[in-house]
Design a protein. Structure first.
Length: 181
């Protein structure tokens, strides 16, 4: 009689126990949609919130501390900007004389700093963009206190829910309004 109940009891305890996955996280990953282009790699999913998959819960194996995409223009559908240096300070660093953590954008404008290379203390602040060794004034003074994924806040279209994607206009004429005050 005991044997007859042993297998159903084991199944009930282990088969119907708590799920290994987080349904909220799984829904966020699913909301990204199918992979496009060349598939997983440093140039995929430009503009999407990178830490959804690279934030430690997977499904990506590589974990990022900070990641995002820089575009050439503010327009939706603009191409990514290759070669932009993104510099970020964390709460332990002083923007006046401190040394930020940096990354350079790739061919589609994506950049990332691996968690193995930096474990920032939030909030992040004074995000700066630069090209060809030049450094510019911080382009983002807002404190980032929750997520190192730029695409969480910076997405298209710009509006009440987002300032739009991050872009770096190399010429004043590329700015909204043609660079005119």
């Amino acid at each position: 009689m005991r044997r007859r109940w042993a297998i159903p009891l084991v199944f009930a305890v282990f088969g119907f126990g708590p799920s290994c996955g987080d349904p909220v996280h799984n829904a966020q990953v699913d909301a990204l949609g199918p992979e496009t282009g060349g598939g997983p790699g440093p140039t995929h999913r430009a503009g999407q919130p990178c830490l959804t998959c690279h934030g430690g819960q997977g499904p990506a194996d590589v974990e990022f501390a900070v990641a995002g995409t820089v575009y050439q223009l503010p327009d939706a559908g603009a191409p990514g900007y290759e070669g932009v240096v993104v510099a970020v300070f964390d709460a332990t660093q002083d923007a006046d004389g401190g040394t930020p953590k940096t990354a350079r954008t790739n061919t589609v404008g994506n950049f990332y700093i691996r968690s193995a290379d930096w474990s920032p203390v939030f909030p992040l602040h004074d995000v700066t963009l630069g090209v060809d060794g030049s450094q510019f004034q911080p382009v983002m003074k807002t404190r980032v206190g929750r997520d190192g994924s730029c695409g969480t806040c910076h997405f298209d279209p710009a509006g009440t829910g987002s300032p739009g994607h991050v872009y770096f206009a190399s010429e004043p004429g590329d700015l909204p309004g043609g660079g005119q005050p």
